[in-house]
Design a protein around this ligand. Sequence first.
Ligand SMILES: NC(=O)c1ccc[n+]([C@@H]2O[C@H](COP(=O)([O-])OP(=O)(O)OC[C@H]3O[C@@H](n4cnc5c(N)ncnc54)[C@H](O)[C@@H]3O)[C@@H](O)[C@H]2O)c1
Length: 491
Amino acid sequence: MSENNETNSRSTDDSASCETSRRGFLKTGTAASTVAAVGFGTPSLSLARSANAAGRDTIKLGLIGGGGRGTGASIQAMNTQSGNNVELHAIADVFENRADLAIEQCTSEHEGKVKVNADSKFIGLDGYKRVLDSDVDLVILATPPGFRPLHFEKAIDAGKHVFMEKPVAVDAPGIRRVLAAGEKAREKKLMVQVGLQRRHEPIYKDTIKQLQDGIIGDLLVSRVYWNNNGVWNRPRSPEDNELQYQLRNWYYFNWLCGDHIVEQHIHNLDVINWLMQGHPTKAQGQGGRLVRTGSKNGEIYDHHAVEYTYENGHKMFSFCRHMPKCWSAVTEFVHGSNGWAHLSEGTIYDKDNNVIFQAEFDKKKKHDGHQQEHHDLFASIEAGEYVNEAEYGANSTFTAIFGRLATYTGKEINWDECLAKGPSLANVDEMTSFDAVAPVQPKADGSYAIPTPGADASKLLGFEKKAPPRKKGKGKGKGKGRGNGKGKAKG
Ligand SMILES: NC(=O)c1ccc[n+]([C@@H]2O[C@H](COP(=O)([O-])OP(=O)(O)OC[C@H]3O[C@@H](n4cnc5c(N)ncnc54)[C@H](O)[C@@H]3O)[C@@H](O)[C@H]2O)c1
């Protein structure tokens, strides 16, 4: 399906109401009646608007976290072809060279639309506050995810619409905070989009619809993979203190990244949550680090394998590995009572492996979700359709965090308990300058503590995980069961 078809399939059916809606969104600060008609905006939202010569309204963007994705998302937002003129007006980053590079790259793509100047470029850990204090309408949140709950909450408090990258948190308190801020956004009618771009790709949308409509019967088991070589590693520079080093090499520190199961595999976990219209309730798993060892790799694992169970008994088997020269796969499969599907290919088979459905797609745009999600967001703004993806963004992020807790602890764990009691990995609210103490510290040899399954459970979970009661007659040293080296094993 083409991008235009996607836009055309929206519920808005007449261009006049579309125009009213767009202006309703843009004028939310002043025209309460228009707002009510289209369901947008709050009186507290201050939007200084101007229409350009072509009669297009301007949406002012603020970027918080001007790295690779923040730059890409800003360019994609400015690429959109809705009736609005999207411009970048402010940027915050902890490092000036990253902010400058983002400005340079955005300018090279959209020279006339980048309006950031010395007064709207904010450097440092509290730079985000200055962007939120400015007159931007929509903020792109693209720092490492450890800061996302704080930035999202404050953006909603400040009355900004939000595009935030996945993952939306790294720990249970962060998820609770995002869920609460997401609700507040709904009350204030502030748009929230999450960078889980597969949800915007026609190939997934069409395939998932077929599966949810029952084309292969009951969905029994799924398999999801993010197996590849891994990502960059940024060296410590001599002038960096520990906090600066961790902020630069953030992928390897859980308070910033959440481990790669959270950082990347979330995409595949989210596809199955979407398909199942829910999230797992139980998980158990195993993982560790075999190849990517050494202090430069911080505290994260290089592989995780998790068995997740959904409320209805569906099992999702999840595998993610960052190891060069091994089998690579970033994809999802589901098996049903009457067949199976390869979701990322949009192909559905019957039990005899005959293709019974193939999603149509434009080869060049097969997985062009990064651009499509921005087309969708700004088209929704134009059409006056309210969008809030915070809840599923939070649930899919917690699915990944939940998996990490399963592999780090080696226990079978329960969603509700982990979400309610899980501890915070860092107090980023208090981290306002590079003088703050990094939440994890290297040991004397420069290495960082690595979670040990079976040993660190209470600390990692935030509650005592009691061992299941032993069955009578199987006590240590007393029983006849296998494994104690004393009894006579049967069979
Ligand atoms: N949806 C996707 O497919 C996709 C792809 C890539 C990255 N991402 C997500 O985007 C986010 C950023 O990833 P990236 O690849 O751009 O990383 P990056 O390292 O290139 O960029 C992160 C930027 O944030 C800045 N930063 C760190 N802490 C900050 C703070 N407190 N305030 C302001 N700026 C801060 C860094 O200096 C850096 O410039 C991550 O959550 C990542 O998962 C999503």
